[in-house]
Design a protein around this ligand. Sequence first.
Ligand SMILES: *Cc1c(COP(=O)(O)O)cnc(C)c1O
Length: 365
Amino acid sequence: MIYVSNPHAQYQTLRNEIDNAISRVLIRGNYVLSEEVKAFEKEFSHWVKTDCSIAVNSGTDALFLAMKALDIGRDDEVIAPSFTATASIAAIGMTGATPVFVDVESEYYTIDPESISSAITAKSKAILVIHLFGQAAELEKIRLIAKQNNLFLIEDCAQAHGAYFDDKHVGTLGDLACFSFYPTKNLGALGDGGAVVTNNTNLAENIRQLRQYGWDEKRVSQQQGWNSRLDEIQAAILRVKLPHLETAIDRRNELAEIYDQQLSALPIKIPERRQNTKHAFHLYVIQTEQREELFNYLKQHDIISGIHYPVACHQMPAYTDLNEEKKCLPITESLVDRVLSLPVYPELSHNKIKFIANTIKKFFR
Ligand SMILES: *Cc1c(COP(=O)(O)O)cnc(C)c1O
């Protein structure tokens, strides 16, 4: 079986280092928010090139705490694409704010700057940009819109570790940026994890408090907070994986190029790359009119593809009532019927990619 992602393959490759890191933590005896977490935070912000990073319990928590630090809550609106992982939208809901869904760009799958402008109201407080599948959003235009309208810009980088916009790592261009270390992500723990990065030291301090009951150094709650701590074992595992991340992203790009070459003559749409960006290829997503048939055909040949996403957030019962008039997001609504994610992860061999591509060719013959 070939799966769309495979965290176990990476564990196998780094097994000795990971096992040693885990046992180092077990023997030392500090299990939560201690030296491994501090070291990881430093190494991660160095990698992204931001001044601060705060490790938390998940990507969803990272988004939630980032928005709380910006004082986003009830009566506020956050503009976000509907075509995303539900987690992005769930985090908005956790603050009490209302997500205002907008469409994506058809070529790049990221939030459409034009639709942002038309969604702004007096209640708008922030734009949540999602670098979907590893593709950087149109940050230049969106930064300008945020600035002109006095809105915060939050980057959801959960799928985009290793993606660049111009020569800047994504996550460095907004007010705050959030990462997930869920096992299947480009940088994955062996459990849950996440981080917020920012150059704003005040916001960073605020999030540090919020992740642990609102405590200051004397364990006095200066504000109401939550519990969203990263544990030492996950931090130690992430420290093993981080030095391999750049190579892993290059490998994802290499595999994506093989797919491109193999599939370009077929009646499918292969992923486009935005100019002057580096794609991180968390997912290699094609579009086809025969999505269900191809999915099943691949499955018969032991290839498990994925569908990101079969239902857009504005179509989900949890979110349909948010806007009085029925939302219509034509690009998003056509994508959910056509997208298919092919297996891509660094440990996948060139031969396996060619086998998958050949199987797709056979389907279209
Ligand atoms: C995975 C993901 C998240 C949430 O991360 P968790 O660590 O699973 O909470 C948020 N946004 C996007 C785009 C994601 O892919």
